[in-house]
Design a protein around this ligand. Structure first.
Ligand SMILES: [Zn+2]
Length: 159
């Protein structure tokens, strides 16, 4: 950025003089032109400049990093951008929560079975039914978790 050195990646791309107080220079070094190119393509240089100006200096590096992340996600997936990744992870969380609930139900069922055995009472019809439910829900959750995560997992939100 300083005098004598080459202009920052932004000024190079925009074909303008890189001033000493260039707002882009600290975050877009000339040796990484792609970083600014994608942010410029997705958000536009003037919007990026405005967003950075509205932030205190110490928060600008994080803002630039998140903009670069969002822009590259939007480049990879022009329809969903990083929302695709967020939705995929949210679906994964709910699948794992279901799996956890099934595992907890299974533990409870084993504990009840043990209690019943130690009290030497025969299993009731209701206990048998509960056990079947637990094993059925386990089979379901294992199938969905083992299935490789595909695009349709996170597209289902919009369908
Ligand atoms: Zn510059």
């Amino acid at each position: 950025m300083g005098a004598g050195s080459s202009p920052c990646a932004s000024c190079k791309l925009l074909r303008r003089r890189c001033a000493k107080d260039c707002i882009f220079a600290p975050y877009f070094p000339p040796d990484d032109p792609y970083k600014f190119a994608i942010v410029h393509k997705i958000f536009g240089a003037s919007n990026v400049s405005k967003m950075l100006q509205e932030l205190p200096l110490d928060q600008r590096p994080d803002a630039v990093n998140s903009m670069v992340y969002e822009a590259s996600a939007r480049m990879r997936d022009p329809v969903y951008g990083c929302v695709g990744a967020i939705t995929f992870l949210q679906n994964q969380v709910s699948r794992l929560e279901m799996q956890l609930a099934a595992a907890q139900a299974e533990i409870l069922s084993f504990q009840m079975q043990q209690q019943a055995a130690s009290a030497s009472f025969p299993m009731t019809q209701m206990n048998q039914y509960d056990q079947n439910l637990v094993f059925l829900s386990n089979a379901d959750s294992f199938n969905s978790v083992d299935g490789s995560p595909e695009v349709e997992d996170y597209c289902s939100l919009w369908s």
